[in-house]
Design a protein around this ligand. Structure first.
Ligand code: GLP
Length: 243
C-alpha cells in the first residue's frame, strides 16, 4: 500500500485528478472504475477542468461505476447514474454509450449482476478503480458482514448507511434498502486501486485500514490491503486517528 497524506480536501482532489489524468493521457482507451458520493466530486471537478483547459480527451475512455440503488432509474436525481451525468459525464467529451452504471431497474437483477461482471471483463477489465469508503468501512455497497460477495450482487444496506446516505434524498424513508454493487472480487481485479478519504468522519475507517494486520469481512476495506497496487489519498483530518 502507498499512502499520500494531503493538507485538505482540495489537495486530495487535485492529486487524484492528476493521477487519473496522467493515466488517461498515457492510455486514451483506458477503462476507469468510478465511485459516487461526496468524496470523488472534487477529483471529478479537476478532470472537467483539465478537459476544458488542458485538452484532456475522454472520447475513447470507458467507465464502470461501482454501484446503484435497486429500484431507481437514471432519471431519478438520487440515482447514481444521475449523479455521474451531473458531476462528470455531461461536462466531458465521453461517449455515454461507453459509461456504465449498474441498472437499478434491471428486470432480472440477479442475472444482471452476473452480466455486469461480464461487461467489465469484455471491456478488458478495469485499469484504475477510484473508491471512497463508508464510515463503517464499506466499499461500494459491500457492508460489514459475516461474508462478502466476490462478484457483483444485490446487497442490503445497513441502517447506518441508510442514515448517512439519506442526505442525498428528501427523507430517510425514500432511501432504497438494497443496491446493486460490484463485489470485493470485482473490485480487487482492477489493475490499480485508489481510495480517497477526507474529514474526521472517515478517520475511524482509515485507522481501521492503516492499523489493520488481519483482514476481516467486518471491515470490507481491509481486503484492499491484499492488492499489489493500492494507493490511499487522504487529508490530515482523515489521517487524524492513525497518528
Ligand atoms: C456510499 C457509496 C460508496 C461511497 C460511500 C462514501 O454508500 N456506495 O461507494 O464510497 O458511500 O460516500 P461519501 O464519499 O459521500 O462519504
Amino acid at each position: 500500500m502507498k499512502i499520500i497524506i494531503e493538507k485538505n480536501y482540495e489537495d486530495v482532489s487535485k492529486t487524484a485528478g492528476k493521477i487519473i489524468s496522467d493515466e488517461v493521457r498515457k492510455n486514451p482507451t483506458i477503462v476507469l472504475g468510478l465511485a459516487t458520493g461526496s468524496t470523488p466530486m472534487g477529483a471529478y471537478k479537476e478532470l472537467i477542468r483539465m478537459h476544458k483547459e488542458e485538452e484532456l480527451d475522454f472520447s475513447k475512455v470507458k467507465t464502470f461505476n461501482l454501484d446503484e440503488y435497486l429500484g431507481l432509474d437514471g432519471n431519478n436525481p438520487s440515482s447514481y447514474r444521475y449523479f455521474m451525468d451531473e458531476n462528470l459525464f455531461n461536462h466531458i467529451n465521453i461517449d455515454k454509450n461507453n459509461t456504465h452504471v449498474p441498472d437499478g431497474k434491471a428486470v432480472n437483477p440477479e442475472e444482471y449482476c452476473k452480466l455486469y461482471d461480464k461487461y467489465i471483463e469484455e471491456a478488458g477489465g478495469i485499469d484504475i478503480q477510484i473508491l471512497g469508503v463508508g464510515e463503517n468501512g464499506h466499499i461500494a455497497f459491500n457492508e460489514p458482514d459475516n461474508s462478502l460477495s466476490i462478484g457483483t450482487s444485490i446487497e442490503d444496506l445497513t441502517e447506518d448507511t441508510i442514515k448517512v446516505n439519506s442526505r442525498f434524498f428528501d427523507s430517510l424513508e425514500e432511501v432504497p434498502k438494497k443496491a446493486i454493487s460490484m463485489g470485493i472480487g470485482s473490485i480487487l481485479k482492477a489493475r490499480k486501486i485508489i481510495l480517497l478519504a477526507n474529514g474526521t468522519r472517515k478517520a475511524e475507517a482509515i485507522k481501521n485500514i492503516l492499523k489493520c494486520d488481519r483482514i476481516s469481512t467486518q471491515n470490507p476495506a481491509s481486503f484492499l490491503l491484499l492488492h499489489p497496487d493500492f494507493t490511499l489519498i487522504i487529508d490530515e483530518e482523515a489521517y487524524g486517528k492513525s497518528k
